[in-house]
Design a protein around this ligand. Sequence first.
Ligand SMILES: Nc1ncnc2c1ncn2[C@@H]1O[C@H](COP(=O)(O)OP(=O)(O)OP(=O)(O)O)[C@@H](O)[C@H]1O
Length: 297
Amino acid sequence: MTAVLEVLNLTKRFNGKAAVENLSFTLAGQTATALIGPNGSGKTTTMSMLAGLLRQTAGTVSFGKAEGDPRANIGFLPQYPSFFPWMNALEYLEMAAGLSGLPARGLRLECEKALGFVGLSGSAGKRVGGFSGGMKQRLGLAQAIIHRPSLLLLDEPVSALDPAGRREVMDMLKELGERSTILYSTHILNDAEEMTDQLLFLREGKLVEQGALEDIREKYGGDGYRLEFTDRGSAQRFAASCPWPAAIEGTVVRVGASAASLESVLGFAAGHADGVRTVGRDTVRLEEIFMKVVGRP
Ligand SMILES: Nc1ncnc2c1ncn2[C@@H]1O[C@H](COP(=O)(O)OP(=O)(O)OP(=O)(O)O)[C@@H](O)[C@H]1O
């Protein structure tokens, strides 16, 4: 698949101190990549360099086959989008669309469509100064997509939203992902788990792990089986007698998938049915992987 974005040894130092160091990765067309890392790990600095808002100290960023100014093909949502509070949402979006080079003809209709897409149709005529954080985030997303860019760079697109708002915006992003390449940073690991072809883990400005979620899961524990018991004693008896390496957490016993087949685990659990409440697949959660890779959530 053709690369939409190639980053090579990207580095940014502030007063001699590296905020981002030797970052290299590629975004293939129409894929979603999650950039994850703790506070201060360099996510915003990276996004700002890719969007052309911050000049790198070293390294290169190239945009596939894009002709002309690559920024015309980029939609960028900053972590804290800023607005003119006295404008209404439609006025703001028309201004953003004009700055993106959209022709005046048909502009209003395009803006109304974009406001509809982000769920702000009913607020098009309202002043942005009165918007909640979530509404501002949606308006920021509308300005990022108004010119139908092929590459979307979204810095923490859902962090200001409540769970219902996050759900809606994640669904919007999935829909956008059908026609655009998306790179988004997030702290919310459930979201990264839900929409990602590639994960990039940043720690202290360095890329410490990258790859597809399935490959990373495999590397950091893989899938397995999770058996829940009615009490700790039953869990301990099962773990002590089962023929595979098993980890106990309270009333839960986990068995690695590489150690056993589902049939053998079910068969053994049936024979040692004392206190078994549930048996199921155990998928290592991204949060656990994150803890292993970067050390803290
Ligand atoms: N303009 C600046 N001047 C000096 N240092 C900066 C500047 N911008 C960022 N930094 C430093 O660079 C490092 C990375 O910051 P950055 O904002 O990119 O991290 P982040 O991963 O986006 O954090 P968060 O999750 O809190 O938004 C931090 O140590 C930060 O203090």
